[in-house]
Design a protein around this ligand. Structure first.
Ligand code: SAH
Ligand code: TYD
Ligand code: ZN
Length: 406
């Protein structure tokens, strides 16, 4: 198996076995067999990029029925709106600036740019969410971004001042085509800004549920700076973000166009000191993950045997890995509550636990709630006052399996 970035040798360090497509919620009674693939992760011995060993065809994941909505969390809406303000105030130059977002989803970020009357384009292959963005006044192109898309956008709209991608770049295995496209579309002094789950946080917190079909790459400052260089770019800034369980926002510029901020060298040094992409660290991570699985299964089995009522909270893509790797089904978690319309009334992929709207969570409240959307814990715990008053207990599994009285 060769590295998708540099063709170097990959060393596998974790294997989650056969897994379904994480956002492929099943319609009850649908007789079609679910698509499965082998979810295993390796690290490149040359460029240190951590990546999946098997790729799921993109049309199986991103299509008109893709259910994930960026606007599903109030914290995330604020996060994207404040970034839009920053782009508008500081990163767009000239009389008629142009900003492009890859994977704009339901248009949460670009909505603010559209409202400001600034030229923009969202490139989004999943038709359902792209329609929601258009309904918010966002200009959308229903397409996968790649080299050919970049050339077409350049011909129609001219060069971009800023190209932005949140939780999207790490989804795309074909990086040569993407960074080639960015090089085509970006102004000479423009920036490519992207934010994705950070390898350092995943390893530190043993948040193995970040590993699923859509998350193909697990970036670090080290791997991103090497990847940038291969395409004539330079990593000029990094910013750690608290969202989605720990992310880094990377800024690339054309080599020599901008002076790298001190934060880049600091994060590179911290990663080297922690040995974040060392095979030994990653092998130890895999052992901690297996231990976490055993503890979670033991806890849920005990609660079932005691007759406790356990619901899941948040039918996240992340939960597909937890449920299928741990072998958790409706006997251990009777249903999962989720606010996303396209997930409700369906079954979790592979594990077939029913998904219901949030009203079912309170009718009646369970004894325990397994928080699959742990990355939104603060927001959710604040909102679920009633669960606290009813004496409920949260079950968390990141950074370790534990009970938290609501
Ligand atoms: N940026 C949003 C959505 C992240 S989900 C947020 O952070 O909340 C990832 C999105 O990337 C999906 O909407 C998916 O359809 C889109 N996507 C996948 N491959 C893509 C590609 N090649 N070009 C553009 N978007 C892509
Ligand atoms: P998220 O953790 O953002 O992403 P992923 O699917 O990539 O792992 O998903 C959060 C899910 O939780 C999403 O389906 C919406 C749902 N949710 C609720 O049901 N209630 C809430 O209060 C919040 C914040 C999210
Ligand atoms: Zn490599």
């Amino acid at each position: 198996m060769a590295c998708r970035i540099c063709s170097g040798r990959l060393h596998q360090f974790a294997d989650f076995g056969s897994q379904p497509v994480s956002d492929a919620f099943v319609t009850p009674g649908d007789p079609r067999e679910e698509y499965v693939f082998r979810l295993a992760v390796g690290v490149c011995e040359d460029c240190s990029m951590v990546q999946l060993l098997e790729e799921v065809p993109r049309e199986r994941m991103f299509h008109d029925g893709y259910p994930y909505l960026s606007s599903g969390s109030a914290v995330m809406r604020e996060h994207f709106w404040s970034l839009a303000e920053r782009f508008l105030a500081t990163d767009l130059a000239g009389d008629d600036p142009f900003i492009v977002e890859l994977g704009c989803n339901d248009g949460t970020m670009l909505q603010r740019v559209a409202e400001a009357g600034v030229r923009h384009l969202g490139v989004e292959p999943s038709g359902g969410v792209a329609d929601l963005a258009a309904a918010r006044g966002v200009r959308v192109r229903k397409d996968f971004f790649e080299a050919a898309t970049a050339a077409a956008v350049l011909a129609e709209d001219g060069p971009a001042d800023v190209i932005y991608a949140a939780n999207t770049l790490c989804h795309i295995p074909y990086m040569d085509s993407i960074l080639g496209g960015v090089a085509t579309l970006l102004r000479p002094d423009g920036v490519f800004v992207f934010e994705d789950p950070y390898l350092g946080d995943i390893v530190e917190r043993a948040s193995y549920d970040q590993i699923y079909d859509e998350h193909f790459y697990f970036f670090s400052a080290r791997s991103v700076s090497g990847m940038a260089r291969r395409h004539g770019f330079e990593l000029v800034d990094v910013e750690r973000l608290p969202v989605h369980g720990g992310e880094v926002r990377y800024t690339l510029a054309r080599r020599g166009a901008r002076t790298p901020s001190p934060a880049v060298a600091e994060l590179l040094a911290a990663e080297d000191a922690a040995g974040v992409s060392d095979l030994a660290t990653l092998t130890a991570f895999a052992a901690r993950v297996a231990d976490s699985r055993d503890r979670l299964v033991a806890l849920l089995t005990r609660l079932r045997d005691e007759g406790a009522r356990v619901y899941g909270y948040g039918a996240t893509a992340k939960s597909a890995t937890v449920l299928n790797y741990c072998g958790i089904g409706p006997d251990l978690v009777s249903f999962v509550s989720d606010t996303t319309p396209a997930k409700q009334g369906r079954l979790t992929p592979g594990s077939h636990i029913p998904v219901r709207g949030p009203e079912a969570f309170a009718d009646p409240y369970p004894d325990y709630a397994l928080l699959f959307a742990w990355n939104h814990a603060e927001e959710i715990m604040a909102k679920e006052e009633g669960f606290r008053e009813a004496g409920g207990t949260w079950i968390l599994y990141v950074p370790e399996v534990r009970l938290v009285r609501a």
